[in-house]
Design a protein around this ligand. Sequence first.
Ligand code: SF4
Length: 355
Amino acid sequence: MPGLHAILSASSAKRWLACPPSARLEEKLKGIFGDASSPYAREGTQAHAVSELKLRREIGEINDFSYQEQRKLLGDIPREMDIATDDYVDVVISKLYEARRSCPDARLFIEQRLDFSDWVPKGFGTGDAVIVSDTVLDVNDLKYGKGVRVTAVENPQARLYGLGALAEFGSLYDFPVVRNTIIQPRVNEDPVTSEVLTREELLAWGESIKPTAQIAWRGDGEFKPGDHCKFCAAKAICAARAAEAMRIFTHGFETPALISDDEIPGILAVADTAEAWIKDIRAYAKNQALRGYQWPGYKLVRGRKGNRAWSDEDQAIDQLSRAGMRMRPLTTAPYSRLGLARSARNVLPSWSPRA
Ligand code: SF4
């Protein structure tokens, strides 16, 4: 469902459950800065579109000709994506055949809208592949990324999709359990994980999150930094996260001269948070500068070129071309090579972390 996003989306549920005001804050920031999609998100969208076509062909909804024509519209599909989406389709189709062994009426619903608004205000999402039978309701979610491994166990996104599927199909079939499955074909370790819950267990979990969902919907509650900040739109400029990251610099040390060994583990514990935040705030400052914002005391500069070069450029191009790589001429320096640098030492405003 391109372009449509729930404010309390399933994909951000881990975040708004941990930090309820984050959902409204993200909405506000997207209103100001736009909802820029990353190359990874665009890659994920393409992988989902390819998978959808492959599944529709497998179950006979489209023929080979239609498949090929629609596939062309998706642009160049990298070989890795073709292999990964084949793996995903194999898993889903095997599950469909398995379900049909005990329930000949079992059906596969592809890109099914799932409404979980009985538990989360205006909550909805899209189930990549939902298999419905009298033995199990099987809700499958494709994760194309490989940087962060995702498991279905205790996964709020998967559970919300499960609730949406239960609301849609619960009265039509007699399945006693819901199986939420995440298929992440590009990770080596456990690419397929599932969590099986009885209807009652899943419904009880839905009831348990209702109060927090209401708080998040209103934009109330306490800002709580944690691992869930990683994909938050506010991660660079959120004051709560900044305060958490700056704890490393406001640490009260026991002795005036040296940090003791006993103090190091506590410092390391906040160092990761501080490093991640500093990286995020640098990226934010640079992006704003690229949009024309002027930071006092800083200017955009072109970074140095690396010192690595081909010893024989013609020979390198020849060999790479023979290996099947396409060459394109070098253009001007990409944005990624631009950086922020201090322009004057005396004009920086002072700043100290909030308590
Ligand atoms: S950055 Fe973290 S603490 Fe701040 S709003 Fe986002 S999730 Fe909450």
